[in-house]
Design a protein around this ligand. Structure first.
Ligand SMILES: Cc1ncc(COP(=O)(O)O)c(C=O)c1O
Length: 390
């Protein structure tokens, strides 16, 4: 099927549309940063794991990061290289398989390391062990995404680390960013160095986690490259790894939905769509943030007065959750049944997080080639819903 990638006219059912051209643009940029800064930049599956597109990724990057057995298997079996794995808690019944699928395995605590490192080594004698450390500094404002908030369950703080690390710990892993700029990395790195540089001589690698949003328009790439090159100068023996997720899929496509009904209560018009915020765009409600809708103007913090305007709508999901709505948005014309409503930038943290609550039909997932041809990667069916539960 061929569509106009601006309007998606003719598309009658909901679909996540990943645009190959935009994806390649991000991949080019990420590859160029990795080269300029002499670091490894790997894809975090937690943000994006559309495995049928992995052949495209393989043209630009060599590795991925996993946070569970299934992600580690996907890395090994579909991406074609073992994963850099971190999980807050490995279990006895999965550690062997996880180790087999991993080139790097980071433990979240000294107790996890002590209990499981021998077993992991037995399962894979070439795996490189790391320890997640927590610098107790993060500029992430949203508590839900702040790994360094007091009482955090992530990583070992400097006061709990022995002067001499266990011999088979090769690396530190440190994740403290979320959609952050290079300036945040500079400030955070100062804290990391202050707390942990005394151990750097004992390490082979350091992984600075995700959240480096280098594909965002205003991201200061020269500053990131300079910061990393300065670090190489000071610690030439350290391999540096970054594992962003969002940066790969940032602005690479949309979720195309259709208007199914328009209802009104107390002056508020809600266009009910064939997608759901809670099922298909969960971060909108969790973060929360108001997604951009193509051609419409978001009325942030709308006081309600705007709702009386003829083309201003709430957008409502098709689940039974009362709070499955957002808005208001001002559209250029009144919405009609069947109109497309296109949510921008819906390729990261969506398809990996969606659910089948209420048995709502899951939007299809398509890869759009440059000429507008849609290659369907996945069309969901009743069996996908049924098979999850029995
Ligand atoms: C340990 C770790 N690595 C990488 C990432 C990817 O972060 P992002 O998608 O924001 O780049 C996350 C996100 O939560 C994470 O927790």
């Amino acid at each position: 099927m061929k569509v106009n990638l601006n309007t998606f006219d003719g598309l009658a059912t909901p679909c996540y549309v990943l645009e190959e051209r935009r994806l390649r643009r991000n991949l080019e940029l990420i590859k160029s940063v990795a080269k300029a800064a002499d670091v490894e930049i790997i894809l975090a599956f937690k943000a994006y794991a559309l495995w049928k597109t992995f052949p495209i990724f393989r043209e630009y990057i060599c590795s991925t990061t996993a946070s569970s057995l299934y992600e580690a298997r996907l890395a090994s079996e579909e991406f074609g290289s073992k994963a850099h794995t971190f999980s807050p808690a490995y279990t006895d019944y999965e550690i062997d398989d996880i180790a087999r699928c991993s080139s790097h395995l980071t433990f979240n605590s000294l107790s996890q390391y002590a209990r499981l490192h021998d077993r992991a080594r037995l399962a894979n004698d070439s795996v490189s062990f790391g320890l997640r450390v927590n610098p107790e500094y993060s500029e992430v404002g949203t508590a839900l995404y702040n790994p360094c908030a007091p009482g955090t369950r992530f990583g070992v703080t400097a006061d709990k680390l022995p002067d001499r690390l266990p011999d088979d710990i090769d690396g530190f892993h440190c994740h403290c960013h979320c959609e952050s700029g290079a300036d945040v990395f500079v400030r955070t790195l100062a804290h990391i160095k202050e707390k942990f540089s005394k151990w750097f001589g004992q390490l082979k690698w350091i992984n600075f986690g995700g959240g480096h949003l280098m594909t965002r328009k205003d991201y200061d790439i020269p500053l990131l490259v300079k910061t990393l090159n300065d670090l190489h100068r000071d610690y030439p023996h350290l391999n540096i790894i970054l594992e962003p997720g969002s940066a790969f899929a940032w602005q690479t496509g949309s979720l195309v939905s259709q208007v199914v009904d328009v209802v009104e209560d107390r002056g508020i018009k809600t266009a009910i769509l064939n997608v759901s915020f809670t099922c298909h765009m969960p971060d909108c409600l969790e973060m929360p943030y108001m997604p951009a809708v193509r051609g419409a103007e978001a009325i942030e913090g709308g006081c309600g007065a705007e709702a009386a305007e003829p083309c201003v709508y709430r957008l409502g999901g098709n689940s039974c959750l009362s709070g499955d709505f957002m808005g208001l948005w001002r559209f250029p014309a009144e919405l009609k049944i069947g109109d497309n409503v296109i949510f921008e930038d819906m390729l990261h943290y969506t398809t990996v997080k969606t659910n089948m609550f209420n048995g709502i039909t899951h939007p299809s997932i398509a890869l759009a080639h440059d000429d507008g041809t849609l290659e369907m990667l996945k069309v969901y069916a009743y069996e996908d819903y049924k098979n999850r539960m029995d």
